[in-house]
Design a binder for this molecule. Sequence first.
Ligand code: MG
Length: 274
Amino acid sequence: MKKSLFASFMMLVSLAAYAQPQVVAHRGYWKTEGSAQNSVTSMELAAKHKLYGCEFDVWQTSDGVLVCNHDGVIDGIRIEDVPYAKVQYCKMSNGELMPTVAQYLREGAKYPNLKMVFEIKTHKNDERNASVVDNVIRLVRELGVQNQVEYIAFSKFICERLHKLDPQAKVAYLNGNLSPKEVKALGLSGIDYNHSVFKKNPSWLKEAKECGLEVNVWTVNGEQALKEHAANPYIDLITTDDPIVLKKILKGGKKNKEGKGKDGKKNKKNKKNK
Ligand code: MG
């Protein structure tokens, strides 16, 4: 009883200190000229716009090279079935070569304030999934970017293995079929669920906070939906294809709250931001 009262009190304290949600660019900041999903350019743009994080998707070739691409297939080739030599010249839609994860992380390391939200895709079996996780953890350690990397995955197996190999790492479960308590019991740090999951299970937001889990919601697009999610005190991170729209909403929210701009003058732009 005492314990649950204490947990509720702590939750109230943390909500009272409610900070605005962080902005995560879904597959990087790609909705702009010259960019493309999962390209190095999209990551650099996320950093230049001072976003909290840049989400990207990872597959592994049959010879163990990790590459960034959303789909498992590029130019008609199933990435996990072929050696890297077969896909090394495949291009993203902006003409950039599909980056290896090593290239992506090396470039990302130049922007230490940017979090790289690393989605490991579910491969054909758990033997393969285990090999991917082992190679990911090894590479991240080799490059010394542990503090910049946060992991997400749909596969419970992948999440558990990530947590086992690097207990300090942030690992959030994506699949939406486990309650916050169940995710907490796995030892993971957060849930990263589609917005529809929270609509179906509205109590999960509060439950996640009570468990001490971080809450990320995806993929929230469009001004109205972003405004609604930005105002929800239970949400820590919002993953969006419209990161600059969200950034503006959050900036406007701050000004609206205080009624003043940074310079202390009354905020005349509020009306425009609505
Ligand atoms: Mg993804």
